[in-house]
Structures are given as C-alpha cells and as structure tokens.
Design a protein around this ligand. Sequence first.
Ligand code: ZN
Length: 286
Amino acid sequence: MDDANAFPRDGLILSAATTGSWTTKAQNPAVPITVEEIATAVMACARAGAAIAHIHVRDDAGLVSCDPARYARVRSVVEAAGCDVIINMSTGGGAGQTTDEERLAPVALAPELASLDCGSLNFGSRVFVNSPDFLLALSRRMLKHGVRPEIECFEPGHVWNALRLIDDGLLRPPYWFQFVLGVRGGSPPTVKQLVHLVEMLPPGAHWSVCGIGRAQLPLGLAAMAMGGHVRTGLEDNVYYHRGELATSNAQLVERLVRIAGELGRPVATPAQTRRLLDLPAQPVGD
Ligand code: ZN
C-alpha cells in the first residue's frame, strides 16, 4: 500500500487450505483425502484464483501424515498437469499425532513455502507442541533447503517468538505471516485481535489471515480492507453459509475472488506472489 491513509489496492494473495489434519468426509464429503483428490482440489482452487495451496496429506486410513512421498506426489501431479500454483507444505503434523522428526521431513522436498508454527497452544481438546528446540530445528532446516517459511501465529506470543527468530537470523525477509484465529487455546477470531497482531509485525512484513469456522469469511473481509491477504478452504471451515456445507474448496475461493473484485483488489497471480515473497521464479524441486 503506497498511502497509509488510503484503502489498499494491491494484489490480494489467496491461499487455499484444502484438507488439514482433521477434517473428514463425514463432516463434508468434499474434503479431499487421497493424493489424487488433494491434487485435483489444488488445481481447481488455482483455476479459481488461489496463488498458494496449503496442503496436508493423509495416510490410507485418512489420518494425518507427514510422508514426504505423498507430499511429493501431490506436487508432481499438479506440476505434470501444467498448473501454476505455489505449494505450501504443512509441517503441522496434527497436534501430537506425529514426531518432530516426521514433521521436519517434507522440508527436504524444498517446497516454495512450508508452514512454521511459531509456538505451542491448547488446540481444542489437544495440545499442539512447538518447542523452542523444534522452532530452531525447523527454521534451520528451511534455511538449508531454501524454503520460505509461512510463519503461522495463533496468538500474540507466537509473533513474539517469531521476532526472536528474526533477531537470531533464523527467519529472513520478506516475512510471510499467517494468523490463525479462532482455535480454542489461541486468539479469539475478532477484528480487534487481528489488528493487535498486525501491529506487532516488523516493518515490511506481509500477512494473511485464516479464521476458523464461521470466522473465516468475516476475518477474510477485514484483512482485505486492512491490506492483508486471505486464506480459505475446508481445512478451516466446512460450511459455505450457516448450516449449508461448501460444495468444494474452489467454491470458497470463488466467493473471495468475487468480493475482492467488488472491492477493487485484484487477485495476485502466482508470479506476482513469488515476486512479493521473493520466491524463485521457477519452483525448486528435488
Ligand atoms: Zn494446515
């Protein structure tokens, strides 16, 4: 944004979070679970206007997995189809369902982006542990493989942790933050909380927001007006309207594209997003 007193007109980066660690077909039959389903959903979201696809993978039983081979297959199916989208691999691993070593493994695939959860929290009925040692190991691993971290913050303490990693040279600009609001144990999903988190960011940081459940759309609209970017998808919310399931991930992306158009914020392409986040012009694989 050139003028801090004007509404933002710059490109809106849309991320699609298709699957997550927990959502099931019982909750919404449109949740993609297999490698092929995830790749198909990613491509549909890219066609709809998402520049970034945030992906998780599942095992044959549909449970969260960090298997690098499955991550690699999703990416290769998308690339083989000629679909241009920035792949953001999750290192979340489902709170307590996988070891730290398993969570680190996908980083060796050198995805353009990978998530870096910047602290621990209660996560519904579970505990999501991201120890200081794990943050050091993960940020070092990302530096080694040239992976841009998506710095996920669920509450202000996580931003504070990120600032320490920045001070220590373990996170390098341009910084890309993702605020996840509405997990019980993290920040409540309100505009007031979002403003507070944005105010903590270092100069020049880029940020996006994902609201959980019914907060997904209102927080996305707030971010659009504030100059931030937006994540949507069935990982965070399985509904389109209250009581009405979304029919696909792409349907949620399409709604944001329509609203962004009405607001006069064009949707950023993958190429524009790579320039903003200083990602290599071409995806780097193994
Ligand atoms: Zn995720």
